[in-house]
Design a binder for this molecule. Sequence first.
Ligand SMILES: Nc1ncnc2c1ncn2[C@@H]1O[C@H](COP(=O)(O)O)[C@@H](OP(=O)(O)O)[C@H]1O
Ligand SMILES: [Mg+2]
Length: 266
Amino acid sequence: MSNIIFTVTDLQKIVTLAKDAGAAIMQVYAQSDLGVEVKQDDSPVTAADIASHNVIVAGLNTHFADIAVMSEEAADISWAERQTWQTYWLIDPLDGTKEFIKRNGEFTVNIALIHQGKAIAGVVYAPVLNKCYSGVIGQGAWLEHNGQVSILDIHDRALQSPAIVVGSRSHVSPDVAEYLQTIGEHQMLSVGSSLKFCMVAEGQADVYPRLGLTSEWDTAAAQAVLESAGGVVLAYPAMTPLEYNQKENILNPYFIAASSAWFARK
Ligand SMILES: Nc1ncnc2c1ncn2[C@@H]1O[C@H](COP(=O)(O)O)[C@@H](OP(=O)(O)O)[C@H]1O
Ligand SMILES: [Mg+2]
């Protein structure tokens, strides 16, 4: 097992890159034509997804030339090649494309560092909200909001009463509805994109049950933020850690992202 050293200085480079990508997204957001197209899998892509992708890939190639990159917008990489990767960047240049098109601000830039199948560092930037979440496993997690930086730490956080559950705004799943029937009294919030993980990391929600489809780039950066803050992400129902690059198919299993208090509740 080789180790990797990822410092807070390295993280700052990724934060800067995510903000540059966010600025490229906002240039498109300001235009009346968002350049919406439909991809082969029927999901939307816009000129902003591509602009953000280009900024991030150029920056990573400049600062970290020897680390492989996988992006939602450049995902056609053979499993034969990918399975040799020990370490790589996993990017969703614009998560919440449907929210971007609806212009409700609930979309994010996502950059994660994966090492030996685990999300070990991540940055999630929401340009409209002016919030940048970042974290490195074992070193901590931070939120920069309107220029003010705070530490995210939910290691010892108790559950709210009633519990606050957060779910997708645009991708409703019958399996989540069934799960919610089993958890007792709760309040439900609907939010687009990887911001749901960040709300748990911030203590604004207790649990994000995703019993519906996502791809690995949708979750990696925000999982790193949440776990760096003291949260936990487990595949459901296996209750094993959510890992990356373990199989050819890039779809995640169902998962539950929550504070550790959620998993410890009676
Ligand atoms: N049927 C499906 N298959 C794969 N991914 C899906 C999906 N439905 C939603 N997603 C993923 O969910 C993400 C949006 O998350 P949410 O529903 O929490 O807002 C989308 O990201 P993009 O917006 O980057 O395409 C998309 O990748
Ligand atoms: Mg996405």
